[in-house]
Design a protein around this ligand. Structure first.
Ligand SMILES: *Cc1c(COP(=O)(O)O)cnc(C)c1O
Length: 491
Protein backbone atom coordinates (compact mmCIF):
# COMPACT_ATOMS: atom_id res chain seq x y z
CA UNK A 1 0.00 0.00 0.00
CA UNK A 2 1.39 3.37 -1.02
CA UNK A 3 0.59 6.79 0.36
CA UNK A 4 -0.06 9.93 -1.66
CA UNK A 5 -0.55 13.56 -0.76
CA UNK A 6 -4.05 15.03 -0.71
CA UNK A 7 -2.73 17.97 -2.75
CA UNK A 8 -1.73 15.95 -5.74
CA UNK A 9 2.01 16.56 -6.01
CA UNK A 10 2.55 12.92 -6.95
CA UNK A 11 4.87 12.28 -3.99
CA UNK A 12 4.63 8.54 -3.23
CA UNK A 13 5.67 7.02 0.09
CA UNK A 14 5.35 3.73 1.84
CA UNK A 15 3.68 3.70 5.26
CA UNK A 16 6.94 3.84 7.25
CA UNK A 17 8.10 6.90 5.31
CA UNK A 18 4.74 8.62 5.68
CA UNK A 19 4.72 7.97 9.44
CA UNK A 20 8.19 9.45 9.87
CA UNK A 21 7.49 12.47 7.70
CA UNK A 22 4.06 13.28 9.18
CA UNK A 23 3.03 15.82 6.53
CA UNK A 24 3.64 15.78 2.77
CA UNK A 25 6.11 18.08 1.06
CA UNK A 26 3.34 19.96 -0.77
CA UNK A 27 1.72 20.66 2.66
CA UNK A 28 -0.97 18.07 2.01
CA UNK A 29 -1.75 15.04 4.17
CA UNK A 30 -0.83 11.47 3.34
CA UNK A 31 -3.72 9.22 2.31
CA UNK A 32 -3.70 5.54 1.30
CA UNK A 33 -3.98 5.16 -2.47
CA UNK A 34 -6.98 2.91 -1.89
CA UNK A 35 -8.94 1.76 1.13
CA UNK A 36 -8.45 -1.96 1.70
CA UNK A 37 -11.28 -4.39 2.38
CA UNK A 38 -11.78 -6.07 5.75
CA UNK A 39 -9.43 -9.04 6.19
CA UNK A 40 -12.24 -11.25 7.53
CA UNK A 41 -15.93 -11.92 6.92
CA UNK A 42 -18.24 -10.01 9.28
CA UNK A 43 -19.60 -13.17 10.87
CA UNK A 44 -16.07 -14.35 11.65
CA UNK A 45 -15.30 -11.30 13.76
CA UNK A 46 -17.15 -12.57 16.83
CA UNK A 47 -14.85 -13.41 19.68
CA UNK A 48 -11.78 -11.69 18.26
CA UNK A 49 -9.78 -9.68 20.80
CA UNK A 50 -8.94 -6.01 20.41
CA UNK A 51 -5.35 -6.87 19.65
CA UNK A 52 -6.32 -9.36 16.94
CA UNK A 53 -8.57 -6.87 15.21
CA UNK A 54 -6.10 -3.99 15.57
CA UNK A 55 -3.33 -6.11 14.09
CA UNK A 56 -5.34 -7.25 11.10
CA UNK A 57 -6.85 -3.85 10.32
CA UNK A 58 -3.60 -1.90 10.63
CA UNK A 59 -1.71 -4.50 8.61
CA UNK A 60 -4.09 -4.00 5.68
CA UNK A 61 -2.96 -0.38 5.53
CA UNK A 62 0.66 -0.66 6.65
CA UNK A 63 1.75 -3.47 4.38
CA UNK A 64 5.45 -2.61 4.44
CA UNK A 65 5.61 -3.49 8.16
CA UNK A 66 6.22 -7.24 8.52
CA UNK A 67 3.71 -9.24 10.53
CA UNK A 68 6.30 -9.65 13.23
CA UNK A 69 7.10 -5.93 13.39
CA UNK A 70 3.48 -4.92 13.56
CA UNK A 71 2.64 -7.56 16.14
CA UNK A 72 5.35 -6.09 18.36
CA UNK A 73 3.82 -2.62 17.94
CA UNK A 74 0.30 -3.86 18.74
CA UNK A 75 1.38 -5.94 21.74
CA UNK A 76 3.43 -3.08 23.15
CA UNK A 77 0.60 -0.60 22.78
CA UNK A 78 -2.52 -2.46 23.88
CA UNK A 79 -1.48 -4.12 27.11
CA UNK A 80 -2.30 -3.71 30.77
CA UNK A 81 -1.64 0.03 30.74
CA UNK A 82 -5.27 0.04 29.63
CA UNK A 83 -7.45 -0.18 32.71
CA UNK A 84 -10.18 -2.18 30.96
CA UNK A 85 -9.28 -5.80 30.25
CA UNK A 86 -11.02 -5.71 26.87
CA UNK A 87 -9.20 -2.39 26.03
CA UNK A 88 -12.37 -0.82 24.61
CA UNK A 89 -15.63 -1.73 26.43
CA UNK A 90 -18.93 -1.26 24.61
CA UNK A 91 -21.58 -0.19 27.13
CA UNK A 92 -25.31 0.15 26.49
CA UNK A 93 -27.09 3.13 28.05
CA UNK A 94 -29.97 5.39 27.12
CA UNK A 95 -30.76 3.63 23.85
CA UNK A 96 -27.22 3.69 22.44
CA UNK A 97 -23.95 1.79 22.69
CA UNK A 98 -21.06 3.78 24.10
CA UNK A 99 -17.67 2.76 22.75
CA UNK A 100 -15.48 3.70 25.71
CA UNK A 101 -12.21 4.74 24.17
CA UNK A 102 -10.76 6.36 27.27
CA UNK A 103 -9.35 3.57 29.41
CA UNK A 104 -5.73 4.26 28.46
CA UNK A 105 -3.08 6.08 30.45
CA UNK A 106 -4.30 9.64 29.93
CA UNK A 107 -8.04 8.96 30.09
CA UNK A 108 -8.96 10.20 26.61
CA UNK A 109 -9.41 8.44 23.28
CA UNK A 110 -6.13 9.91 22.03
CA UNK A 111 -4.42 7.02 23.86
CA UNK A 112 -5.88 4.58 21.33
CA UNK A 113 -3.56 5.93 18.64
CA UNK A 114 -0.81 7.51 20.70
CA UNK A 115 -0.03 4.30 22.57
CA UNK A 116 0.95 2.71 19.28
CA UNK A 117 2.36 5.67 17.33
CA UNK A 118 5.75 5.67 19.12
CA UNK A 119 6.13 1.97 18.27
CA UNK A 120 5.12 2.57 14.66
CA UNK A 121 7.52 5.52 14.46
CA UNK A 122 10.58 3.82 15.99
CA UNK A 123 9.94 0.70 13.89
CA UNK A 124 9.71 2.94 10.82
CA UNK A 125 13.01 4.61 11.75
CA UNK A 126 14.70 1.21 11.91
CA UNK A 127 13.12 0.08 8.65
CA UNK A 128 14.09 3.24 6.79
CA UNK A 129 17.53 3.40 8.44
CA UNK A 130 16.67 6.89 9.62
CA UNK A 131 19.66 8.07 11.64
CA UNK A 132 18.32 11.48 12.67
CA UNK A 133 16.61 12.23 15.92
CA UNK A 134 12.86 12.60 15.36
CA UNK A 135 11.39 15.73 16.90
CA UNK A 136 7.67 15.23 17.35
CA UNK A 137 5.81 18.56 17.26
CA UNK A 138 2.30 18.58 18.61
CA UNK A 139 -0.44 21.16 18.90
CA UNK A 140 -3.11 20.14 21.36
CA UNK A 141 -6.59 21.21 22.37
CA UNK A 142 -5.91 19.34 25.62
CA UNK A 143 -5.90 15.59 25.15
CA UNK A 144 -3.47 14.88 22.32
CA UNK A 145 -0.67 16.66 24.17
CA UNK A 146 -0.74 14.49 27.24
CA UNK A 147 -1.25 11.29 25.29
CA UNK A 148 1.70 12.14 23.01
CA UNK A 149 3.89 13.02 26.00
CA UNK A 150 3.08 9.71 27.69
CA UNK A 151 3.66 7.80 24.47
CA UNK A 152 6.99 9.39 23.58
CA UNK A 153 8.48 10.08 27.05
CA UNK A 154 12.03 8.70 27.11
CA UNK A 155 11.62 6.91 23.76
CA UNK A 156 15.22 6.80 22.44
CA UNK A 157 16.10 9.11 19.55
CA UNK A 158 12.97 11.23 19.89
CA UNK A 159 12.07 14.57 21.43
CA UNK A 160 8.44 15.43 22.09
CA UNK A 161 7.35 19.09 22.06
CA UNK A 162 3.77 20.10 22.90
CA UNK A 163 1.99 23.45 22.49
CA UNK A 164 -1.38 23.99 24.18
CA UNK A 165 -3.69 27.04 24.37
CA UNK A 166 -3.06 28.88 27.63
CA UNK A 167 -6.70 29.33 28.51
CA UNK A 168 -8.32 26.64 26.45
CA UNK A 169 -7.85 23.45 28.47
CA UNK A 170 -9.37 22.13 31.70
CA UNK A 171 -7.42 22.30 34.95
CA UNK A 172 -6.95 18.53 34.99
CA UNK A 173 -5.75 18.53 31.37
CA UNK A 174 -3.26 21.31 32.05
CA UNK A 175 -1.88 19.66 35.17
CA UNK A 176 -1.50 16.36 33.33
CA UNK A 177 0.80 18.09 30.87
CA UNK A 178 2.76 20.41 33.15
CA UNK A 179 3.70 17.54 35.48
CA UNK A 180 4.98 15.32 32.65
CA UNK A 181 8.23 13.54 33.42
CA UNK A 182 10.85 12.38 30.93
CA UNK A 183 14.20 13.70 29.64
CA UNK A 184 12.87 14.38 26.15
CA UNK A 185 9.56 16.11 27.00
CA UNK A 186 8.88 19.82 26.39
CA UNK A 187 5.58 21.59 27.08
CA UNK A 188 4.61 25.17 26.25
CA UNK A 189 1.43 27.15 26.83
CA UNK A 190 0.60 29.54 23.96
CA UNK A 191 -1.22 32.83 24.35
CA UNK A 192 -3.95 31.98 21.83
CA UNK A 193 -6.38 29.21 20.98
CA UNK A 194 -5.92 25.74 19.50
CA UNK A 195 -6.07 27.01 15.92
CA UNK A 196 -3.17 29.36 16.70
CA UNK A 197 -1.15 26.47 18.09
CA UNK A 198 -1.97 24.20 15.13
CA UNK A 199 -1.28 26.92 12.56
CA UNK A 200 2.03 27.70 14.30
CA UNK A 201 3.07 24.06 14.17
CA UNK A 202 2.11 23.75 10.50
CA UNK A 203 4.12 26.90 9.75
CA UNK A 204 7.19 25.36 11.39
CA UNK A 205 6.68 22.21 9.30
CA UNK A 206 6.57 24.26 6.13
CA UNK A 207 9.68 26.31 6.94
CA UNK A 208 12.36 24.76 4.75
CA UNK A 209 15.16 26.96 6.12
CA UNK A 210 14.34 25.77 9.61
CA UNK A 211 14.33 22.18 8.37
CA UNK A 212 17.88 22.73 7.04
CA UNK A 213 18.95 24.21 10.36
CA UNK A 214 17.53 21.17 12.19
CA UNK A 215 19.14 18.79 9.73
CA UNK A 216 22.54 20.24 10.71
CA UNK A 217 21.68 19.46 14.34
CA UNK A 218 20.90 15.88 13.28
CA UNK A 219 17.16 16.37 13.78
CA UNK A 220 14.03 15.90 11.70
CA UNK A 221 10.49 17.04 12.46
CA UNK A 222 7.46 14.81 12.63
CA UNK A 223 3.93 15.10 13.98
CA UNK A 224 1.83 13.35 16.59
CA UNK A 225 -1.31 15.17 15.50
CA UNK A 226 -3.92 13.35 13.50
CA UNK A 227 -2.39 14.81 10.36
CA UNK A 228 0.02 11.87 10.80
CA UNK A 229 -1.38 8.78 9.07
CA UNK A 230 0.18 6.72 11.88
CA UNK A 231 -2.44 8.19 14.17
CA UNK A 232 -5.40 7.83 11.93
CA UNK A 233 -5.11 4.18 10.89
CA UNK A 234 -4.98 2.66 14.41
CA UNK A 235 -8.26 4.46 15.09
CA UNK A 236 -10.03 2.55 12.32
CA UNK A 237 -9.59 -0.62 14.38
CA UNK A 238 -11.97 0.32 17.18
CA UNK A 239 -14.89 0.92 14.85
CA UNK A 240 -14.30 -2.52 13.36
CA UNK A 241 -14.08 -3.90 16.90
CA UNK A 242 -17.35 -2.24 17.90
CA UNK A 243 -19.14 -4.23 15.22
CA UNK A 244 -17.58 -7.46 16.48
CA UNK A 245 -18.86 -6.61 19.96
CA UNK A 246 -22.37 -5.84 18.68
CA UNK A 247 -22.42 -9.21 16.94
CA UNK A 248 -21.33 -10.93 20.14
CA UNK A 249 -24.02 -9.18 22.14
CA UNK A 250 -26.62 -10.18 19.58
CA UNK A 251 -27.47 -6.53 18.97
CA UNK A 252 -26.94 -6.97 15.23
CA UNK A 253 -26.67 -9.86 12.77
CA UNK A 254 -23.80 -9.90 10.30
CA UNK A 255 -24.60 -7.35 7.60
CA UNK A 256 -27.07 -5.26 9.64
CA UNK A 257 -26.30 -1.58 9.43
CA UNK A 258 -25.35 0.62 12.38
CA UNK A 259 -25.01 4.36 12.89
CA UNK A 260 -21.90 5.90 14.39
CA UNK A 261 -21.91 9.21 16.28
CA UNK A 262 -18.62 11.03 16.85
CA UNK A 263 -17.96 14.20 18.85
CA UNK A 264 -15.79 15.98 16.33
CA UNK A 265 -13.01 18.56 16.40
CA UNK A 266 -10.14 17.94 14.02
CA UNK A 267 -12.20 15.36 12.07
CA UNK A 268 -9.73 12.54 12.75
CA UNK A 269 -11.97 10.28 14.76
CA UNK A 270 -14.95 10.47 12.43
CA UNK A 271 -12.69 10.02 9.42
CA UNK A 272 -11.48 6.76 10.97
CA UNK A 273 -15.14 5.67 11.12
CA UNK A 274 -15.48 6.59 7.44
CA UNK A 275 -12.45 4.39 6.66
CA UNK A 276 -14.04 1.52 8.63
CA UNK A 277 -17.16 1.94 6.52
CA UNK A 278 -15.16 1.94 3.29
CA UNK A 279 -13.43 -1.25 4.50
CA UNK A 280 -16.81 -2.95 4.72
CA UNK A 281 -18.29 -2.30 8.17
CA UNK A 282 -21.99 -1.74 7.42
CA UNK A 283 -22.40 1.84 8.60
CA UNK A 284 -25.59 3.62 7.61
CA UNK A 285 -25.01 7.17 8.84
CA UNK A 286 -21.89 8.88 10.14
CA UNK A 287 -23.20 11.44 12.57
CA UNK A 288 -20.92 14.40 13.22
CA UNK A 289 -21.51 16.15 16.55
CA UNK A 290 -20.12 19.66 17.14
CA UNK A 291 -20.19 21.97 20.11
CA UNK A 292 -20.89 25.69 19.61
CA UNK A 293 -17.85 25.90 17.33
CA UNK A 294 -20.03 24.25 14.72
CA UNK A 295 -18.01 24.94 11.60
CA UNK A 296 -18.10 21.24 10.68
CA UNK A 297 -21.79 20.66 11.17
CA UNK A 298 -22.50 23.80 9.13
CA UNK A 299 -20.18 22.47 6.45
CA UNK A 300 -21.85 19.09 6.28
CA UNK A 301 -25.25 20.76 6.02
CA UNK A 302 -24.31 23.38 3.42
CA UNK A 303 -21.10 22.38 1.63
CA UNK A 304 -19.59 25.71 2.69
CA UNK A 305 -16.66 25.76 5.09
CA UNK A 306 -16.40 29.18 6.67
CA UNK A 307 -14.05 29.95 9.58
CA UNK A 308 -14.91 33.65 9.66
CA UNK A 309 -17.05 33.38 12.77
CA UNK A 310 -16.88 33.85 16.48
CA UNK A 311 -14.73 31.38 18.42
CA UNK A 312 -16.20 30.05 21.68
CA UNK A 313 -14.47 28.55 24.69
CA UNK A 314 -16.84 25.74 25.70
CA UNK A 315 -16.80 23.01 28.32
CA UNK A 316 -15.85 20.49 25.62
CA UNK A 317 -12.49 22.17 24.93
CA UNK A 318 -11.01 19.34 22.87
CA UNK A 319 -13.53 20.31 20.18
CA UNK A 320 -12.90 24.06 20.32
CA UNK A 321 -11.47 24.07 16.83
CA UNK A 322 -12.32 25.99 13.67
CA UNK A 323 -9.69 24.68 11.26
CA UNK A 324 -10.27 20.97 11.06
CA UNK A 325 -7.23 19.37 9.48
CA UNK A 326 -8.51 15.94 8.57
CA UNK A 327 -11.44 17.22 6.59
CA UNK A 328 -8.88 17.65 3.82
CA UNK A 329 -8.60 13.86 3.61
CA UNK A 330 -12.35 13.44 3.26
CA UNK A 331 -12.43 16.06 0.50
CA UNK A 332 -9.75 14.08 -1.30
CA UNK A 333 -11.67 10.82 -1.08
CA UNK A 334 -15.01 12.39 -2.02
CA UNK A 335 -13.50 14.10 -5.05
CA UNK A 336 -12.16 10.73 -6.26
CA UNK A 337 -8.59 11.73 -5.50
CA UNK A 338 -8.58 15.11 -7.26
CA UNK A 339 -5.49 16.61 -5.59
CA UNK A 340 -5.60 19.80 -7.65
CA UNK A 341 -9.16 20.46 -6.53
CA UNK A 342 -8.25 19.85 -2.89
CA UNK A 343 -5.23 22.15 -3.16
CA UNK A 344 -7.53 24.83 -4.59
CA UNK A 345 -9.96 24.53 -1.68
CA UNK A 346 -7.15 24.71 0.87
CA UNK A 347 -5.72 27.76 -0.84
CA UNK A 348 -9.11 29.40 -0.71
CA UNK A 349 -9.35 28.58 3.00
CA UNK A 350 -6.02 30.24 3.63
CA UNK A 351 -6.75 33.33 1.53
CA UNK A 352 -10.49 33.85 1.92
CA UNK A 353 -11.15 31.95 5.16
CA UNK A 354 -13.79 29.89 3.36
CA UNK A 355 -14.56 27.57 0.49
CA UNK A 356 -17.53 25.86 -1.11
CA UNK A 357 -17.18 22.32 -2.41
CA UNK A 358 -18.34 20.91 -5.75
CA UNK A 359 -21.71 19.21 -6.31
CA UNK A 360 -19.86 15.88 -6.44
CA UNK A 361 -18.46 16.33 -2.95
CA UNK A 362 -21.81 17.56 -1.65
CA UNK A 363 -23.37 14.33 -2.87
CA UNK A 364 -20.73 12.35 -0.99
CA UNK A 365 -21.49 14.30 2.17
CA UNK A 366 -25.01 12.89 2.23
CA UNK A 367 -23.71 9.81 4.06
CA UNK A 368 -23.07 12.16 6.96
CA UNK A 369 -25.54 13.85 9.25
CA UNK A 370 -24.53 16.72 11.50
CA UNK A 371 -25.78 18.93 14.28
CA UNK A 372 -24.45 20.68 17.37
CA UNK A 373 -25.14 21.03 21.08
CA UNK A 374 -24.79 24.13 23.24
CA UNK A 375 -23.06 24.12 26.62
CA UNK A 376 -26.45 24.17 28.38
CA UNK A 377 -27.72 21.25 26.31
CA UNK A 378 -24.51 19.35 26.98
CA UNK A 379 -24.82 19.79 30.73
CA UNK A 380 -28.50 18.87 30.69
CA UNK A 381 -27.67 15.76 28.71
CA UNK A 382 -25.10 14.64 31.32
CA UNK A 383 -27.59 15.25 34.13
CA UNK A 384 -30.45 13.41 32.44
CA UNK A 385 -28.34 10.41 31.45
CA UNK A 386 -27.01 10.07 34.98
CA UNK A 387 -30.41 10.48 36.62
CA UNK A 388 -32.17 8.04 34.30
CA UNK A 389 -29.51 5.43 33.63
CA UNK A 390 -26.76 5.94 36.23
CA UNK A 391 -24.31 6.34 33.34
CA UNK A 392 -21.67 9.06 33.52
CA UNK A 393 -20.67 10.87 30.33
CA UNK A 394 -17.92 13.44 29.88
CA UNK A 395 -18.79 16.71 28.15
CA UNK A 396 -17.60 15.64 24.68
CA UNK A 397 -19.50 12.37 24.77
CA UNK A 398 -22.54 14.29 25.99
CA UNK A 399 -22.37 16.56 22.92
CA UNK A 400 -22.50 13.39 20.83
CA UNK A 401 -25.41 11.93 22.78
CA UNK A 402 -27.42 15.13 22.51
CA UNK A 403 -26.85 15.27 18.76
CA UNK A 404 -27.85 11.61 18.54
CA UNK A 405 -31.14 12.44 20.26
CA UNK A 406 -31.67 15.26 17.77
CA UNK A 407 -30.97 12.82 14.94
CA UNK A 408 -33.49 10.29 16.19
CA UNK A 409 -36.12 12.99 16.53
CA UNK A 410 -35.43 14.47 13.13
CA UNK A 411 -35.30 11.20 11.20
CA UNK A 412 -37.14 8.57 13.22
CA UNK A 413 -34.20 6.29 12.43
CA UNK A 414 -33.88 3.61 15.14
CA UNK A 415 -30.85 1.82 13.69
CA UNK A 416 -28.50 0.41 16.36
CA UNK A 417 -26.09 3.21 17.18
CA UNK A 418 -22.54 3.39 18.47
CA UNK A 419 -21.39 6.60 20.16
CA UNK A 420 -17.67 7.27 20.37
CA UNK A 421 -17.11 7.99 24.05
CA UNK A 422 -13.96 10.05 24.00
CA UNK A 423 -12.92 10.94 27.55
CA UNK A 424 -13.29 10.09 31.20
CA UNK A 425 -15.76 12.35 32.97
CA UNK A 426 -13.02 13.13 35.50
CA UNK A 427 -11.04 15.13 32.96
CA UNK A 428 -13.87 17.65 32.94
CA UNK A 429 -14.90 17.17 36.54
CA UNK A 430 -16.16 20.73 37.12
CA UNK A 431 -18.78 20.61 34.38
CA UNK A 432 -19.75 17.01 34.99
CA UNK A 433 -20.11 17.45 38.76
CA UNK A 434 -22.26 20.55 38.30
CA UNK A 435 -24.36 18.76 35.68
CA UNK A 436 -25.32 15.97 38.04
CA UNK A 437 -26.28 18.49 40.70
CA UNK A 438 -23.21 18.68 42.93
CA UNK A 439 -22.05 21.93 44.50
CA UNK A 440 -18.97 23.06 42.68
CA UNK A 441 -15.69 23.94 44.32
CA UNK A 442 -13.31 26.37 42.69
CA UNK A 443 -10.55 23.79 42.71
CA UNK A 444 -11.10 21.20 39.99
CA UNK A 445 -9.39 18.49 42.01
CA UNK A 446 -11.96 18.83 44.79
CA UNK A 447 -14.60 18.21 42.13
CA UNK A 448 -12.85 15.04 41.02
CA UNK A 449 -13.14 13.80 44.58
CA UNK A 450 -16.75 14.87 44.97
CA UNK A 451 -17.70 13.23 41.68
CA UNK A 452 -16.11 9.99 42.82
CA UNK A 453 -17.85 10.07 46.19
CA UNK A 454 -21.20 10.64 44.54
CA UNK A 455 -20.97 8.19 41.64
CA UNK A 456 -18.49 5.54 42.75
CA UNK A 457 -17.05 5.52 39.21
CA UNK A 458 -13.37 4.62 39.39
CA UNK A 459 -10.90 7.50 39.01
CA UNK A 460 -8.42 6.67 36.22
CA UNK A 461 -4.98 5.87 37.69
CA UNK A 462 -3.34 8.61 35.61
CA UNK A 463 -5.50 11.29 37.24
CA UNK A 464 -4.85 10.24 40.83
CA UNK A 465 -2.51 12.39 42.89
CA UNK A 466 -2.10 14.94 40.10
CA UNK A 467 -2.71 17.88 42.43
CA UNK A 468 0.42 17.11 44.45
CA UNK A 469 2.76 16.16 41.60
CA UNK A 470 5.72 18.41 40.88
CA UNK A 471 5.11 20.93 38.09
CA UNK A 472 7.98 20.62 35.63
CA UNK A 473 6.85 22.82 32.73
CA UNK A 474 5.93 26.47 33.23
CA UNK A 475 6.70 28.34 29.99
CA UNK A 476 4.03 30.58 28.48
CA UNK A 477 4.80 31.95 25.01
CA UNK A 478 3.42 34.24 22.34
CA UNK A 479 2.57 32.35 19.19
CA UNK A 480 5.47 33.93 17.26
CA UNK A 481 7.88 32.44 19.80
CA UNK A 482 7.10 28.83 18.92
CA UNK A 483 10.01 28.32 16.55
CA UNK A 484 12.45 29.68 19.12
CA UNK A 485 11.00 27.30 21.68
CA UNK A 486 11.65 24.35 19.38
CA UNK A 487 15.21 25.55 18.82
CA UNK A 488 15.82 25.90 22.57
CA UNK A 489 14.32 22.52 23.32
CA UNK A 490 16.89 20.88 21.08
CA UNK A 491 19.94 22.50 22.64
C1 LIG B 1 -9.62 15.16 20.41
C2 LIG B 1 -10.93 14.95 21.06
C3 LIG B 1 -12.13 15.03 20.32
C4 LIG B 1 -12.15 15.38 18.86
O1 LIG B 1 -11.58 14.37 18.06
P1 LIG B 1 -11.12 14.70 16.57
O2 LIG B 1 -10.45 13.46 16.10
O3 LIG B 1 -10.17 15.85 16.69
O4 LIG B 1 -12.33 15.06 15.80
C5 LIG B 1 -13.32 14.77 20.98
N1 LIG B 1 -13.34 14.48 22.29
C6 LIG B 1 -12.21 14.41 23.03
C7 LIG B 1 -12.31 14.12 24.49
C8 LIG B 1 -10.97 14.64 22.45
O5 LIG B 1 -9.85 14.57 23.18
Amino acid sequence: MKYKSTRGSGEIKNAAQAVIQGIAEDKGLFVPESIPQLPFALEDMKGKTYREIAFEVIHRFFTDYTGEELQRCVNGAYDDKFEAAEIVPLVEAGGAYFLELYHGKTAAFKDMALSILPYLMTTAMEKEKEDKKIVVLTATSGDTGKAALEGFADVPNTEIIVFYPNEGVSQVQERQMTTQEGQNTHVFAIRGNFDDAQTGVKRIFNDSEFADELEKLGCKLSSANSINIGRLIPQVAYYVYSYAKLLEKGAVCAGDKINVVVPTGNFGNILAAYYAREMGIPINRLICASNENKVLSDFINTGIYDVEREFYLTNSPSMDILISSNLERLLYHLSAGDGAAVAGLMESLEKNKKYEVSEGIKTGLSDFWADFATVEETNASIGKMYAENGYLMDTHTAVAYKVYENYRKATGDETVTVIASTASAYKFADSVAASIGLDIEKDGFANVKALHEKTGVRIPAGLKGLETKEIRHRDVLDKDEMKGAVRNSLK
